[in-house]
Design a protein around this ligand. Structure first.
Ligand code: SF4
Length: 312
């Protein structure tokens, strides 16, 4: 556990700093008025940070989506401005002043608190990253549940991808299940269906680009039909990523149990084999168990400071 800091950085205060520096340090940045955002300065063990550095940014103060597996929902206080998003980058950069331009792979994820596509400042913030982090290894990654009605935002993001991150950008869709009703429960806002995700995602994979990730944080009982994936998505443009369901307060409250990182993980091996036969790259992203033990999953650090922020 890192020491608590109350240090001031311009227009925010570091309200807490937790985690394990060997895996991920999670800061809660206090921008005033009860607006708290988590920022993660992470690594990819066992690689040293100079080989791979992972920065994870919040785009919203809380999250209006309120997925039942995530602690980021519950006390939504609006969007971060572009300057506030970039302030997170500056803070992480200042922790390792000699690494920003010499790190081999520097991944900036817009994947912490908030649904990025609900914040119009995100594409502009992504476009500003190469100036702040002048590393040849800079990669940008955006994870989204793909809410309905945000086509214009994705078009803006696509333009940023083309201009600033050719071959170094990844879009990820958080899908959770192949069953529409289950998806409606796990993603409680109107969102794109599988066919619509396929059409939207295809545009993001041009010559030399990374495939779009189809992320499934599988809970026990969540339908996962590989044939539906194979029917709708092109394995030349999409990969499948299987991840554990994080043991957040909301997951526990909703009695959700992860399939991955448990003996029941074997149950989805046949589905993964079918996808592989269909030509899909299947990534078992079981991560590092220390992330769970140190409570570094999305929303957990803010929730520790604001335990009353529980979803209705
Ligand atoms: S998983 Fe993403 S969209 Fe869902 S509540 Fe958490 S931050 Fe929001």
């Amino acid at each position: 556990m890192e020491a608590l800091s109350t240090e001031r950085f311009g227009f925010f205060r570091v309200a807490s700093l937790s985690g394990d520096p060997r895996v991920a340090s999670v800061a809660v940045l206090d921008f005033g008025g009860g607006r708290l955002a988590e920022t993660v300065d992470g690594r990819a063990p066992p690689l040293p940070r100079r080989e791979k550095w992972v920065i994870n940014l919040s785009t919203q103060f809380g999250c209006p989506v309120g997925c039942p597996c995530c602690d980021a929902g519950g006390d939504f206080r609006g969007n971060l401005s572009m300057d506030e998003i970039l302030a997170q980058v500056r803070w992480v950069r200042a922790r390792h002043p000699r690494l920003a331009d010499r790190c081999k792979k520097l991944k900036v994820h817009f994947a912490r608190m908030g649904e990025p596509s609900l914040n119009d400042a995100v594409p502009r913030a992504a476009a500003a990253l190469p100036e702040l982090l002048p590393s040849g290894g800079l990669h940008c990654c955006v994870a989204s549940v793909a809410p309905r009605g945000r086509e214009r935002w994705f078009a803006d993001l696509l333009a940023v991808k083309r201009r600033h991150f050719p071959g170094r950008f990844q879009l990820q869709f958080s899908i959770q299940s192949t069953d529409a009703a289950t998806r409606r429960w796990f993603i409680p806002v109107p969102h794109l269906d599988l066919s619509e995700l396929a059409r939207l995602g295809e545009a993001f994979v041009e010559a030399g680009d990374r495939k779009v990730g189809l992320n499934f944080a599988l809970a026990e009982g969540s339908p996962f039909d590989p044939r539906l994936i194979a029917e709708r998505f092109d394995p030349a443009r999409f990969l499948v990523k299987l991840t554990p369901l994080n043991p957040t307060a909301e997951s526990v409250r909703h009695h959700l149990a992860s399939l991955l990182r448990t003996p029941r993980q074997r149950e989805i091996e046949p589905a993964a084999r079918l996808l592989a036969r269909e030509g899909f790259e299947v990534i078992w992203s079981v991560g590092d168990g220390r992330e769970d033990r140190i409570g570094s999953n999305c929303g957990q650090a803010v929730r520790r400071l604001r335990p009353w922020a529980v979803l209705a």
